[in-house]
Design a protein around this ligand. Structure first.
Ligand code: GLN
Length: 239
């Protein structure tokens, strides 16, 4: 499973997720501590932040440690909503930027840790020829497309994520569906088949595994949905 992380709170630089904490995503790209599927996350990386309401995204297919632009970019990119991901491609999935999180549409940025059979998603993604269909054959791009379609139709993050996770799990009971979506003013995450942690401070950190050894990291129970906004954080089971 890939590793991902997000921040919602007072404006911070992207180094908050990547290189400031001892076990940030830079370290997790070659030495994750809780990863059960895959050993390293060297098949690409991506991150996103918000310039006002507008998301800005950067993604590459090289390991995050191999991109000499990252330290400067991550220090300069500051916002109240941040997302970052490092990738360990699932066998058979292409290594290309369009298969790399974060996926983007409108105000939303999305990352996925896990895998799902694409056949299970066929009923819920737009078909070939639809301009809004998945941008890659990667399963994560299919999931992103299914979520974005529902968000564009007007569903809130909770409704869109719950609908897609339920449909995907029904079609593929072995699916691992840890999803993370930012919307600038709020974010949502699903724990389904892999670990997810939060750390509450003057905002909230969400991460596949703790970014450091400070006390206060809390596991999110499996099969649940986390919602974070300036009003607080809630976790609810997905039946
Ligand atoms: N299945 C996705 C991919 O191939 C995510 C992989 C992962 O979580 N390791 O990119």
């Amino acid at each position: 499973m890939c590793r991902h992380a997000a921040w919602l709170g007072p404006a911070r630089p992207l180094t908050t997720l990547i290189s400031d904490p001892e076990h940030g995503l830079l370290r997790q790209s070659y030495a994750p501590r809780m990863q059960r599927y895959g050993m390293v996350n060297a098949d690409g990386f991506g991150f996103g932040w918000y310039d006002g309401d507008r998301p800005v995204r950067y993604r590459r297919t090289v390991p995050i440690w191999a991109d000499a632009n990252v330290p400067g970019l991550a220090a300069a990119a500051r916002s109240s909503c941040l997302i970052a991901a490092v990738r360990s491609a699932t066998a058979g999935m292409p290594i290309e930027e369009t298969a790399t999180a974060p996926f983007a549409d409108g105000p939303w940025l999305l990352s996925h840790n896990g895998r799902v059979r694409r056949e299970a998603l066929r009923p819920i993604v737009a078909g070939p020829g639809d301009a809004r269909g998945p941008e890659s054959i990667c399963d994560s791009a299919w999931l992103a497309s299914a979520v974005f379609t529902r968000l564009r139709a007007g569903l809130a993050l909770a409704g869109a994520l719950t609908a897609v996770v339920r449909a995907a799990a029904e079609g593929d009971p072995e699916a691992r569906l840890n999803l993370l979506v930012t919307a600038g003013s709020h974010l949502a995450a699903v724990a389904w088949g892999d670990t997810l942690f939060t750390h509450l401070e003057e905002g909230v950190l969400v991460a596949s595994e703790p970014l450091d050894d400070r006390p206060g990291w809390r596991p999110v129970p499996g099969r649940s949905l986390l919602l974070a906004s300036p009003d607080g954080v809630s976790v609810t089971p997905i039946d």
